[in-house]
Design a protein around this ligand. Sequence first.
Ligand code: DAT
Ligand code: MG
Length: 151
Amino acid sequence: AELERTFIAIKPDGVQRGLISEIISRFERKGFKLVAIKIVVPSKDFAQKHYHDLKTRPFFDGLCDFLSSGPVVAMVWEGEGVIKYGRKLIGATDPQKSEPGTIRGDLAVVVGRNIIHGSDGPETAKEEVNLWFKPEELVNYTSNAEKIIGY
Ligand code: DAT
Ligand code: MG
């Protein structure tokens, strides 16, 4: 089966707070498969491309300044239902409304510093994976675990 992929990024606040391994481990333990990862400081222009859907929002400029303010860990995760379930692992946009047990619910406090990004649907997932990664940066492999996990 053609496996679903999503784009996940640990934003500069998550990186600076030492939450890289905590965040990766939540996706890894769930059973999703990491197929691309790198650490980059995006330019403001790049951040504007990433968040282009939000360009009319009042917080757009501050959001793009923030995303480009430091290192971001960019990843692609693969697995059955990973786009939608990845959003569940992440929790609601505003950490005040994210449930405990979610990444934002457990680890973040305010909406402008919510530590992680995840694609919100199949179209944006494709778009974001293509924006952040070249095709050759995505690794195809079989993990020992995936047959046991069930995909
Ligand atoms: P999400 O990141 O959950 O997909 P989004 O796409 O609506 O949320 O917004 C992108 C980011 O913009 C979000 O992670 C944090 C910031 N943001 C959203 N709403 C905001 C608001 N009302 N004030 C400040 N920042 C906001
Ligand atoms: Mg979004």
